[in-house]
Design a protein around this ligand. Structure first.
Ligand SMILES: Nc1nc2c(ncn2[C@@H]2O[C@H](COP(=O)(O)OP(=O)(O)OP(=O)(O)O)[C@@H](O)[C@H]2O)c(=O)[nH]1
Ligand SMILES: [Mg+2]
Length: 420
């Protein structure tokens, strides 16, 4: 165990920004605590533009330096991403370890990574982020010591020798490729085709895992901590209409999610892109709920998932909220702890997925009994009639199930129309 590090938080915003520095630093403080350090002090500055060399003003840099010496600070955390050049210059002037928000988030992800794929993804993102920032560090690297910013997944120390990082990145990419090939082999295509997929997405700590657990009786870690969940977990859920869907819990999003991480997690986040429906879980009691919603929409856009149908789930209804939030499209207000609200949510999912009906008719050769019985399984058959060697069936079924019918049956369909 590393000793608990004492941290100074630094936030800087532009006069033109509409971000609230205080609440942004509140979130940074929670991230710092999650990484097992103690926030000791805050330094903030509002500027006309960011300084290319220091990000903040030189006077502020000296103020931080003095604070570090006076209070025995181990770590300075910048809320903004630092360019390699800014980082190096700041390190020359401030006598302790310096990291930025991105590196902090990467560190937390490393701490949380459980699966092989998750670990490989995080380490790759960490090394790619670090590589350009190690230029000319030479002897100073030893000053990094241990703790936040030097930890890789699985309590392993990160490779910090620039000469070895390139090779390590290469190996990680190769290993990831193999893990992914293996995963794809095991994910049967058929299952993917026929089962409706619903993904829980949302800001970290919104209550996604709690909902997965309460809805499906599983036991994913739910905690009042940021990024409690890293690896996606899927469970079957039976809806009031009798339909079975696959519900997936995913990693939480955050404002300015490091793009190295989004890139690294793109393949595990495929579940989001390929989902039939997203449940966007919002902690409506959080003072920054509105801007958290915007941040989630932004990440979904980065993942090219903004077209997937969505229900906005305003969660934690049992707690007071600052403002009444609204969202476009379908919404539902619930508390994950209220049994009745869980039913309400399930009904909402049913309604969105299965209310739209398709009616049509199919002509199937009479000797293809297995296809005829498949149609009876997925659809409500209203009328059937045999003519010579073919059977004509009039049927009705939810659009979602129609979309997921096997191509073989679809080829026999003569006529379809929307019912409502
Ligand atoms: N009061 C209240 N608390 C809730 C509700 N739903 C979840 N929580 C709490 O919120 C905290 C975060 O819940 P999680 O389910 O871990 O949140 P998450 O969205 O999975 O978070 P990450 O995995 O970090 O992205 C936990 O302490 C839950 O007990 C709710 O409806 N009301
Ligand atoms: Mg979770």
């Amino acid at each position: 165990m590393d000793p608990i590090e004492r941290a100074v938080l630094v936030g800087c915003s532009l006069k033109t920004d509409d971000v609230d520095l205080d609440s942004s630093l509140d979130e940074l403080a929670r991230l710092v605590e999650t990484a097992k350090a103690t926030p000791m002090a805050r330094v903030t500055q509002v500027r006309d533009h960011y300084d290319a060399t220091w990000l903040i003003g030189k006077g502020k840099v000296d103020e931080i330096s003095a604070l570090v010496e006076d209070q025995g600070i181990d770590l300075v955390v910048f809320d903004q991403e630092l360019s390699p050049r800014q980082l190096i210059r700041l390190e020359e002037r401030i006598p302790c370890k310096i990291i930025d928000r991105t590196q902090l988030i990467l560190d937390i992800f490393a701490m949380r990574a459980q699966t092989k794929e998750g670990s490989l993804q995080v380490e790759l993102a960490q090394l790619e982020y670090m590589y350009p920032r190690l230029v000319g560090k030479g002897t100073q690297l030893s000053r990094l010591g241990g703790g936040i910013g030097t930890r890789g997944p699985g309590e392993k120390k990160l490779e910090t020798d620039r000469r070895h990082i390139r090779g390590r990145i290469h190996d990680l990419k190769r290993d990831l490729e193999q893990v992914r090939k293996h995963r794809q082999l095991h994910q049967s295509r058929r299952r993917k085709m026929e089962i409706v997929q619903v993904a829980l997405v949302g800001y970290t700590n919104a209550g996604k895992s709690t909902l997965l657990n309460r809805l499906t009786g599983s036991e994913v870690l739910e905690e009042d901590q940021l990024f409690a969940t890293l690896d996606p977990t899927s469970r079957f859920l039976e809806l009031p209409s009798g339909e079975k869907i696959l519900l997936t819990d995913t990693v939480g999003f955050i404002r300015n999610l490091p793009h190295h991480l989004v890139a690294a997690f793109r393949s595990t986040l495929e579940q989001v892109q390929e989902a039939d429906l997203l449940l966007h879980v919002v902690d409506q009691s959080h003072p920054e709920a509105a801007s958290q919603m915007t941040a989630v929409h932004q990440v979904l856009k980065d993942l090219s998932a903004e077209q997937v149908p969505m229900v906005t789930v305003f969660n934690k209804r049992d707690r007071e909220s600052k403002e009444l939030l609204t969202a476009e499209g379908e919404t539902v207000h619930i508390s994950a702890f209220e049994e009745n609200d869980l039913i309400k949510l399930k009904e909402k999912i049913s309604q969105v997925l299965y209310d739209a009906q398709i009616a049509g008719s199919a002509e199937i050769p009479v000797d293809r009994g297995e296809m005829i019985s498949q149609l009876y399984e997925v659809a409500e058959v209203l009328h059937s009639e045999v003519n010579d060697l073919t059977m004509t069936l009039q049927f009705r079924l939810p659009r979602k199930r129609y979309e997921r019918m096997s191509p073989e049956i679809k080829a026999c369909i003569r006529e379809v129309r929307e019912k409502n």
